[in-house]
Ligand binder design. Structure first.
Ligand code: SF4
Length: 344
């Protein structure tokens, strides 16, 4: 089958059109047809001259994706979209309602190779990387599920975005292209468990996406037990790279800290974390752990004390409420549960 035209950035499509002897400026009309009009075939691209549509038909394809299954939380309206991409690769997206805003969380990989011990996606292992077209298809489906514009986008669903960085970068380029979805890069956040070389690359990439880093634990031994990637990229190196990123970009970073009841939420843990990050321009999000099969401990008194300690240390700290507990809204939970049931 010809390659999927939706895997190309506009610059790549312009280059392909030039190589075919066509004017590169037609790429803008193709993007508008695909992403503004939602054209599902070359024949439906009313903005594109008929002769060029026939040429595109010979060179490229637009294979349809299966519609995602959608679950809606009765508790808070969170919507979970469960995709099955070609080859049966599962992926999940979530539309999260907030105060007068809607954000979407996208997957970058089907499954994940990182194997974090607390994560349902980690239990699945890596199925495969998602292609740019599969990432942007999640965004389009989230838009439809939201029924209106999205305020922000996070790459925090299944997978480690920095281990599929080339495709994630392309999807960022496609999503933010002014001829198509025109979603601002400044409203996108890419979340990593700490792939140091890509944090450094992002600092000089010219991309305007924001960076979030999953700390999980400030004690390196404890972190090593929870996040196997710690052996490859130790927390100290991650924090050094983040500090350099903030300096180079003049930007702040988001630190994500999953609170495990009684594991990483003591006063000593808070002190260790404060010493690690307090000189970095950041916002700290504390996320109560939502275990597969739930329910989690929720917002405990210890979590509140942890937040107070971080604020007292001068770190802007927010305690997040669990979203969509009745539909397994956390990363990869539903797909992992279904794969588990399928295996019997
Ligand atoms: S927490 Fe993120 S990086 Fe770790 S296994 Fe889950 S999806 Fe992968």
């Amino acid at each position: 089958m010809n390659s999927d035209i939706r895997d190309l950035t506009r610059a790549e499509l312009e280059a392909r059109l030039s190589a075919l002897g066509e004017k590169p400026l037609h790429a803008a009309a193709v993007f508008a047809s695909l992403y503004k009009d939602g054209a599902g075939s070359f024949a439906a691209m009313a903005r594109v001259p008929a002769r060029l549509r026939r040429l595109l038909e010979r060179e490229f394809s637009i294979p349809p994706f299966k519609s995602p299954e959608t679950l809606v939380s009765a508790a808070d309206g969170t919507r979970k979209l469960l995709f099955s991409f070609p080859g049966g690769a599962p992926a999940e997206s979530v539309v999260l309602p907030g105060k007068g805003r809607l954000s979407a969380c996208l997957s970058s990989q089907s499954g994940c190779a990182c194997g974090c011990s607390f994560c349902a996606t980690g239990e699945m292992g890596l199925v495969r990387d998602l292609r740019p077209s599969e990432i942007t298809a999640q965004y389009a489906a989230c838009l439809r599920a939201a029924g209106g514009p999205l305020s922000s986008l996070v790459f925090m669903g299944m997978g480690e975005p920095f281990l599929n960085w080339e495709n994630v970068k392309k999807s960022v380029s496609i999503l933010s292209d002014g001829s198509g979805f025109a979603f601002s890069q400044g409203k996108m956040t890419v979340s990593t468990v700490g792939v140091v070389p890509v944090i450094r690359e992002l600092a000089s990439s010219g991309l305007k996406v924001r960076l979030a880093v999953s700390v999980v634990a400030a004690d390196e031994r404890l972190r090593g037990r929870l996040v196997p990637m710690e052996a490859r990229y130790p927390l100290k190196e991650i924090i050094d790279a983040v500090r350099d990123y903030c300096r180079a970009r003049g930007a702040q970073v988001f630190f994500e800290y999953i609170i495990f009841d009684g594991v990483n939420d003591s006063a000593e843990d808070a002190g260790r974390l404060a010493r690690l990050i307090k000189d970095i321009p950041c916002r700290l999000n504390l996320i109560p752990h939502n275990p597969p099969g739930g329910p989690g401990a929720g917002v405990t008194a210890r979590a509140k004390s942890f937040q107070k300690a971080m604020i007292a240390a001068g770190v802007r700290t927010y305690l997040r409420l669990e979203k969509g507990p009745d539909i397994s809204a956390a990363c990869g939970q539903l797909a992992a549960r279904r794969r588990g049931s399928a295996r019997g």
